[in-house]
Design a binder for this molecule. Structure first.
Ligand SMILES: Cc1ncc(COP(=O)(O)O)c(C=O)c1O
Length: 307
């Protein structure tokens, strides 16, 4: 796939030229940020000469959940999203790592309370692995708080929620860091603007629980499963900010970010300030799983060119 725009994009069940997928400025999606989306990756396997979409059904289920919680009334179903995703990858003849974005949005020209019409688009673009996947990133604990479930639920993956992440990320970058870590309104660790967070201390892997103000991350779920299968002790619980500083290892996870080491937080080195052994082990397990190099649980890999 070329770095330039791909030939096709999906709009409402049709494969159309990429440039023609437009939205009206008076749509509730644009006026009020009323869109929900998924970001997922597809991985090319040289060994299998096939492309695998990672956790397609789970992403589609989360998209449907986001629409349900925002009362979107849509006339397409999950099977259509899955089918069109695969059609798009085949039609664009994607044979390299790709990032897929599925967006469902309030179209038309209604006000905040309308339920429809709901349109959807699916794109697949080249997205290289982050350059800091080995060396790790430096993070800032943000002075911006993660919005609470009774304000803007982080569980709903909607466009508007990303204003919160933008404020935090912008501040972090301006202050010379790579990424932000957000605390929730109770002062406990929540997540990054586009990732969940893990730390390792004395051999135990810890991550904020689902009630900490986080997205129900599929990568978080993947990493927890990979860790448990490898006999690593895991805990999902409330996490204090200073536990991160005191950790032996910290890393962030997400479909786009994959599994990125965090080597410094607020100028405090995490462990020796290098990617740690458990992070390395889980990174390797993750990369082998998503490319089909080791057996993935049923339903995690969807073959594009051989199914
Ligand atoms: C706010 C936020 N948290 C966590 C994640 C990680 O979620 P997932 O692993 O499902 O991509 C994302 C990425 O989608 C995100 O935007």
């Amino acid at each position: 796939m070329s770095k330039s725009a791909p030939q096709f994009i999906v709009l409402n069940g049709n494969l159309i030229p990429y440039e023609e997928a437009t939205v009206h400025v008076m749509s509730p999606a644009l006026k009020y940020g009323l869109s929900v989306f998924e970001g997922l990756r597809a991985y090319w396997s040289d060994a299998h000469q096939d492309l695998y979409v990672f956790r397609l059904q789970d992403h589609t289920d989360r998209l449907l959940q986001s629409m349900k919680l925002l009362r979107f009334k849509h006339d397409f179903d999950g099977a259509e999203i899955n089918r069109m995703t695969l059609d798009l990858l085949r039609r664009n003849d994607v044979r390299a790592a790709a990032h897929i974005r599925t967006t469902a949005y309030l179209d038309g020209q209604g006000e905040q309370q309308v339920k429809g019409p709901v349109s959807y688009a699916i794109s697949a673009l080249e997205k290289p692995r982050t350059a800091k996947i080995d060396a790790g990133i430096r993070c800032q604990v943000s002075s911006w708080m993660r919005m609470a479930d009774n304000v803007m639920p982080p569980r709903i993956k909607c466009g508007g929620n990303y204003v919160n992440g933008r404020l935090a990320r912008y501040q972090a970058i301006q202050d010379g860091y790579d990424e932000a870590i957000l605390l929730n309104t109770l002062g406990k660790v929540a997540e990054g603007p586009g990732t969940c967070i893990f730390f390792v201390r004395k051999g135990e892997l810890v991550t904020p629980d689902m009630a900490s103000g986080i997205l129900e991350s599929l990568t978080r779920d993947t990493v927890l499963r990979l860790a448990r299968e490898r006999g690593i002790a895991v805990s999902e619980r409330t996490v204090d900010r200073t536990e991160l500083y005191a950790a032996d290892e910290v890393f962030m996870v997400g479909s786009a970010a994959e599994l990125v080491p965090v080597v410094d937080i607020d100028g405090i080195a995490i462990g020796p300030g290098l990617r740690g052994p458990l992070t390395t082990q889980l990174q390797q397990a993750y990369f082998e799983t998503v490319t089909g190099a080791i057996k993935a649980p049923a339903g995690w890999l969807t073959s594009v060119h051989k199914s």
